[in-house]
Design a protein around this ligand. Sequence first.
Ligand code: AMP
Length: 288
Amino acid sequence: MSARVIHTVAEARAAVAEAQKRGATIGLVPTMGALHAGHGSLIDTARRETDFVVVSVFVNPIQFDRKDDYERYPQDIATDAEFCSARGVDVVFNPRVEEMYPQPQRSFVEVEGVTEHLCGAFRPGHFRGVATVVLKLFNIVQPNRAYFGEKDAQQLAVIQRMARDLNLPIEIVPVALVRERDGLALSSRNRRLDAAERQAALMLSRVLFAVRDRIGAGSVDAAQLKREAEAEFGREPGLRVEYFEIVDADEMQPVERVAAPVRVAVAAFAGSTRLIDNVLCTPPAASH
Ligand code: AMP
């Protein structure tokens, strides 16, 4: 069956209300489109766990800190709709900007602490834009469960925190990061990479995996691990690293010593395309 593509808040509410009347549980997968197997994994998980799956496809202007990134963001709703149909999605919610923001937005969700470092430090207003649009989507779709990828680990932490702090009656479900066979994390922005940039981008996962191995083997000194990683990145002139950080997995605060599971996260530019990646690393003492 093909997924129904709808464009208005009223239609989305009506479609969900109808499903709820039948007793269906609702799953929401928020995306910005240009769907790939990473999104597919979220959709498949939602499909298994809920009865009625809504995928939102909305390139949210208020979460972009760079105009060129917003304007160049890949958009292809016809291909996305086919992708969703093939995976058994019930509704694709694809509102226009004017539908989501019919008047200047004056209310925003600010999640403190977890947004301080990593992308939060380099993309002013980004997580405020993310949290605000996700809360709007939650209020429109009223899902029982909502699915977020560990690819965007800080975003996941922000949404989990918002849901707890604001008593949202929604289960936030994390889904594992999906990679290409050579290690590159799947991302809609990968479409913008030329062959040389794509090759340079492989250094991201390569360094993260090496750090994971070092932590697994007992390295605990974060400053030392960071120095080693920076030296490795220095060997790839095609990458400009924005940050490389080792943070605790819940509060997303930098650690000095790796005494518990940590997120090792990186952001870097390959040409003009900004890429992010991360791995969860568990020190030997914490793994049993
Ligand atoms: P985006 O369309 O990039 O805003 O992503 C929408 C959702 O898909 C977010 O929850 C992302 O974390 C998730 N996602 C994007 N890429 C991947 C990936 N490679 N693996 C797992 N989830 C992903």
